[in-house]
Design a protein around this ligand. Structure first.
Ligand code: AHR
Length: 501
């Protein structure tokens, strides 16, 4: 198989935020996962778990979305500010029926982002919140002058406003966020976003409109039509900066999603073929967006994506706690390659979710933490953040699989170049039976590897608290230079990072 790389003419920039993450008040994501409280025996800084913060810094987390998800449209932000002992306690009715004590709120979220060194993406409540409530939250977070909300923030110990980078106007308003029709939501978007005020022109808030679930092209079409119809506020700067899209592999199977760790080859291809459908989703939703926004000013924001398997045995079904194998790693690799290649439209993406929920980066148990295979993929792919996409083409790809409607290419890739001229190639071998010989040719001549690492294992391989390093990124040396060609042996079921100078 041959990989041709056009390295003389870089294409668009891969926004670092494509490598973003999502944290919801769900299961053990916030509580135990990210936040243990200052009095915990688990090492922490201001209540944030030190080991988890460090692991996320290592993958250069660019942005974190919070507080949901479905939780966002039930969240009333004033419950989560002020002295902790006075904060409301309530049942998290959506996720697991456990007590939510609101000890993690707005101040804690921004402190977490500070420790992570990442941008803040706050998702507002349209489903059960008022325009006033949303408007006041933005005022509380971002206004520097005199105002009731800015004064309240100061009373609660924070003088300066925070930098609010992204604001979502509702979440899944076609479902858990209010079961709305696209026509109805579009009217609410027009109205609610008006009061998401930007108080500091030097710190604009990127407003995100609630987009579709998976293949619901009708939602995208209708929301855009209604949002841009006359009298259109579209001429206003920052009317709609982004439109979201959610897609999970496996969620459509309802009660029959299947085990995260115990699966056969048929399920392997089923999942990977689902992951590859992201190509169709980004293309087709993008084509609709092109009609309303031909200059591609509105970003496609895939702020929930990943694998959704059965929960681990004997865990609360409402906690969505699942293990993570090489299948999840390949899903991540495939999806991120697709986002890279569509970086002209995809401006942010947040895998769901960052800790202990769905396709997590890390899992925790008491004071222990393990990195999942998906963490390693984000670690390997971090070099694409902010780099420029290079056109690349594979010759000799074969379609493999066990069923006609679940065929996948045996190899898939994306390539970028960073400011220092180093080329990053990320390649996935989707076959669980066959290694591949890959001959890499650069348009400009010789390709000299400066770094190569590999993530590799059996299709169900995963890390556990007893065996935390079963799957891990390792140095890779199985390549040779033959003239201008770099010849690589790509093991079956693997993700490869190759950097060339
Ligand atoms: O990530 C879990 C849930 O999936 C989110 O709360 C919701 O937005 C989606 O349906």
């Amino acid at each position: 198989m041959k990989l041709y790389i056009q390295d003389k003419t870089p294409l668009g920039t891969i926004q670092p935020e494509i490598y973003g993450h999502f944290s919801e008040h769900l299961g053990r994501c916030i509580y135990e996962g990210l936040f243990v409280g200052e009095d915990s025996s688990i090492p922490n800084e201001k209540g944030m778990r030190a080991d988890v913060v460090e692991a996320l810094r290592q993958i250069r987390i660019p942005v974190l979305r919070w507080p949901g998800g479905c939780f966002a449209d039930e969240y009333h932000w004033k419950d989560g500010i002020g002295p902790k002992e006075k904060r409301k306690k309530m049942i998290n009715t959506h996720w697991g029926g456990v007590v939510e004590d609101n000890s993690f709120g707005t101040h804690e979220f921004f402190e977490l982002c500070r420790q992570l060194g990442c941008k803040a993406y706050v998702n507002g409540n349209v489903g059960s919140g008022t325009v006033q409530e949303m408007s006041e939250w933005v005022e509380y977070m971002t206004l520097d002058g005199v105002s009731p909300m800015a004064d309240l923030r100061r009373e609660n110990g924070r003088g300066q406003p925070w930098r609010l980078d992204y604001f979502g106007v509702g979440n899944e308003n076609w479902g858990c966020g209010g079961n709305m029709t696209p026509e109805y939501y579009a009217q609410l978007y027009r109205r609610y976003q008006t009061y998401v005020r930007c108080y500091d022109p030097k710190a604009p808030i990127y407003k995100i409109c609630c987009g579709a679930s998976a293949f619901d092209y009708e939602w995208t079409e209708t929301v855009l039509r209604e949002c841009f119809r006359s009298p259109s506020p579209a001429y206003l700067h920052g009317y709609m900066d982004g439109l979201s899209l959610h897609y999970y592999c496996g969620v459509e199977k309802g009660e029959h999603k299947g085990s995260a760790t115990d699966f056969d080859q048929a399920r392997w291809f089923d999942t990977l073929s689902s992951a590859l459908k992201m190509e169709e989703l980004v293309t087709r939703h993008g084509q609709i967006m092109d009609r309303y926004d031909p200059e591609k000013k509105i970003g496609m924001i895939v702020d929930e994506w990943g694998c959704w398997h059965d929960v681990e045995p004997d865990t609360n079904p409402g906690f969505l706690y699942q293990q993570n194998t090489m299948r999840d790693a390949l899903t991540a690799g495939i999806t991120l390659n697709i986002f890279n290649r569509h970086c002209d439209r995809v401006k942010m993406a947040c895998i769901a979710q960052v800790v202990n929920v769905l396709q997590a980066m890390v899992l925790t148990e008491g004071d222990k933490m393990i990195k999942t295979p998906s963490w390693y993929v984000f670690h390997m792919y971090r070099h694409h953040q902010g780099a420029r996409l290079l056109d690349s083409r594979l010759e000799g790809v074969e379609m493999i699989g066990l069923a006609e409607d679940q065929m996948v290419p045996n190899v898939q890739q994306s390539v970028s170049v960073d400011d220092s001229g180093v080329i990053t190639v990320t390649v996935n071998n989707l076959s669980v039976t066959d290694d591949q010989i890959l001959e890499i040719r650069l348009e400009s001549g010789e390709a000299k590897p400066v770094e190569a690492t590999l993530l590799h294992g059996g299709m169900t391989a995963h890390n556990t608290f007893d065996a935390p390093e079963t799957v891990k990124e390792a140095p890779f040396h199985d390549f040779s230079q033959e003239g201008d060609v770099l010849r690589v042996r790509l093991p079956k079921c693997s993700v490869l990072l190759l950097r060339m100078g």
